[in-house]
Design a protein around this ligand. Structure first.
Ligand code: GMT
Length: 375
């Protein structure tokens, strides 16, 4: 099939997932057209059946706010017409679903059509979408989608609670590419960061408030008091400066490394013993799944869709949002004993295989076929 994928091209989970999906579909022989305002971060490989169309937003002195949605709708319209696409798959409701609706209406006016599927990822519903400024457009464009998917049961429930949705929402969980995220021996690399066999804890995020990075540091401080350990903070965002200030105040800076945004996540995850994700909310928690695929157990909050991937007492532990005492206690329990750690690592690996490309991508393909047939 010829599929247009629209997403945010940055380091956020929705863009990462959309790009991974496009790559997996291309590997299966589909023709994939990415429509974004810059090259998606994980689209750093060449495939002959992948095309990239940049959305260019002209700037005029008149515009205090350049109309991105309009440029996006026009680009979608042109890409569909020029390449004979079968459908558009937009990731993140705002403004991708409303722009897709606009493009579809323009095509209908010309006697053609393009179905569009909207995949909800989380913040488009739980944070941004709920804002009354956007609410009516979000509701309208979700309802106008030919199909709606959500990345977890929890996000589906949240969407029905917050918006008047008139259609069913199909849950298709995120997946992990085992060709890239798998267990490999990185002992040499581990020795460089933890020369005395210290335990390595890791956190990956965009350092937004919702990630509660201060809780990551509080948990680490408690673990650090009990055992020699190091913390890797990967990613960047608005809370990074605050996090660096806290770690200086705590006096444990020598054992915390802020690595910034990283491309080779699988390399870094492979040296970690434990992954921390104490978020206020996660619709899914793709970062935790990628860690599990590298055999890393997870201590997370029990918010949102996290209990759907992190199994309490098996792949790691869950605790209430903000309960850093419990999180630290669980972390120590996993890290103290080599055999316990190994059991959790094995369980994490097994759980990640439930979210493999082979299991999840065919769910999207089945949906595409169903929707395209109705065209
Ligand atoms: O977590 C973020 O801040 C980024 C956000 C996004 O929209 O890109 O991630 C959301 O989508 C990911 C992929 O489906 C999920 O794994 C994340 O849990 C979800 N984030 C939130 O719900 C906060």
């Amino acid at each position: 099939m010829k599929i247009g994928i629209v997403c945010y091209p940055t380091f956020g989970g929705s863009g990462v997932m959309a790009t991974e999906l496009g790559l997996a579909l291309a590997d299966k022989g589909h023709e994939i057209h990415f429509i974004t305002y810059q090259q998606p971060v994980r689209l750093n490989v060449f495939r002959p059946n992948i095309y990239y169309h940049e959305v260019i937003v002209p700037k005029y002195p008149l515009f205090d706010f350049p109309p991105y949605e309009t440029a996006l709708a026009s680009t979608m319209f042109n890409v569909v017409k020029n390449n004979g696409l079968d459908l558009l798959h937009v990731h993140y409701a705002i403004p991708h679903a409303s722009s897709a609706y606009f493009a579809r209406q323009m095509l209908r006016k010309q006697g053609s059509d393009i179905p569009f599927i909207t995949t909800l990822h989380g913040t488009d519903i739980t944070l941004v979408g709920k804002d009354s400024t956007y609410g009516c457009v979000v509701t309208f464009s979700i309802n106008e989608s030919d199909a709606i998917t959500a990345v977890s049961e929890n996000l589906k429930e949240e969407t029905f609670k917050s918006f008047e949705i008139e259609k069913d929402i199909l849950v298709i969980p995120n997946f992990v590419d085992a060709k890239r995220f798998h267990l490999t021996n990185k002992e040499h690399f581990k020795k460089m960061l933890a020369p005395n066999g210290e335990r390595i804890l890791a956190h990956v995020s965009n350092f937004r408030k919702v990630k509660r990075v201060e809780d990551v540091l509080a948990v680490f401080q408690k673990v650090h008091e009990k055992m020699p350990s190091k913390l890797l903070m990967i990613g960047d965002g608005p809370e990074r400066q605050n996090a660096e200030d806290i770690c200086r105040k705590l006096g444990i800076c020598n054992d915390i490394r802020f690595l910034g945004k990283q491309d080779q996540m699988e390399e870094i995850l492979n040296i970690a013993d434990l992954f921390l994700l104490p978020s206020q909310y996660e619709s899914f928690g793709l970062a935790a799944l990628e860690a599990m695929a590298c055999g890393v157990p997870v201590i997370s909050s029990n918010a949102g869709g996290l209990p759907e991937i992190n199994i309490h007492g098996k792949t790691g532990y869950l605790a209430d949002v903000g309960d850093v005492e419990a999180m630290a206690k669980f972390a120590i329990q996993i890290l103290e004993e080599e055999t316990t750690l190994q059991t959790f690592k094995d369980n994490a690996l097994a759980q990640a295989s439930e979210f493999s490309i082979d299991k999840i991508v065919p769910m999207y393909e089945a949906l595409y076929e169903e929707i395209a047939l109705k065209k």
